[in-house]
Design a protein around this ligand. Sequence first.
Ligand SMILES: [Zn+2]
Length: 191
Amino acid sequence: MRISDDRYSRDRQRFDVALRFIRHEARTHTIRTWTGLSDDRIRKLYRSYMCGPQGGSLTRHRGKSPQQIGFFTRSGRARQEAALLASLCRLVGAMPESQAPELARALPSLGRGELLCQAYEAYRGLVLEPLISFEHAVFLLTSLVRGDELTLAGCPDCGASLIVDRWSLRAPRCAMCAAQPEPLEITPPPE
Ligand SMILES: [Zn+2]
């Protein structure tokens, strides 16, 4: 009895996460990787969602998932939004503390998929016209956890979260601090 209950709730969770991914216009490949559902079941779920009241506004994306980390560093706004999303991922627990390629490979799971949706939904709620699609959010999280190209760091002047190219030679500062003519002298508060 217990086993079938567990199995039922696991299947339920699988469908819930897949549905959230579908709402965020994730690709079939991404949904399969994170939920373990077969392409056939994803297609059926997708069709039944499209027939529902919210289905009409959905765009189905085909082709490859994003692969260019330059997307997150191409402009100040992209960097800022990527840093916000990454901070939210860290805050809800979708992003592990450490970075390693094997951690990135082990990322896709139901539990982490739920947390990623939570972070992404918070990001969409905070940014008026968000630049980052859900597929890009998956890619950002994976790249940051892999840690070989991008990393989440703090601005040395103000401590704001920053997306940093691992191999960048310039010491990275946030847009606000970079706009200052001179670095701010921070005087420590009196003891
Ligand atoms: Zn700063």
